[in-house]
Design a protein around this ligand. Structure first.
Ligand code: NI
Length: 138
């Protein structure tokens, strides 16, 4: 971990009160960590905008009984094997499967994979969460 540096921040009282309320809701124990995370979030967004490498997870929920779905989802994953690091299948209940797919690559590729999976009929829900690939979040 890099050396910690302290610096002063001037901020309006009202804005700080809102910030404190926000970070309480997000269970931060101190402002510094919350502030660091905000900066990291912006850096990840910047990496995304500039097309640098990002890492993340695509999660999809789909109907277990539609067997052809599993084939389609597997086909898509083979098409994107350069982007996918790992995938985990969880049998949620009698009807539903959850798939968590860890990804790494160009934002556009990752987004295309998520969109392609979500667009498959029978996929009930899909999310994409992104973070930086190392240097952006240190
Ligand atoms: Ni299943």
């Amino acid at each position: 971990m890099d050396e910690l540096v302290r610096f002063g921040v001037s901020i309006e009282k009202g804005l700080l009160a809102k910030f404190d309320a926000l970070i309480r809701r997000r269970n931060y124990t101190n402002r510094s960590e919350a502030f660091r995370d905000l900066i990291r979030e912006e850096l990840v967004k910047k990496a995304w905008d500039e097309g640098e490498s990002v890492v993340g997870a695509v999660t999809i929920v789909y109907d277990h009984h539609r067997r052809e779905l599993l084939n389609k989802i597997t086909d898509v994953q083979h098409d994107f094997q350069g982007t996918i690091i790992a995938a985990q299948h969880i049998h949620l209940d009698h009807n539903n499967c959850l798939e968590i797919i860890a990804v790494r690559g160009k934002p556009a590729d990752v987004q295309r994979l998520a969109d392609t999976l979500r667009a498959i009929r029978g996929v009930k829900h899909g999310t994409l969460s992104m973070t930086g690939a190392g240097k952006d979040v240190e």
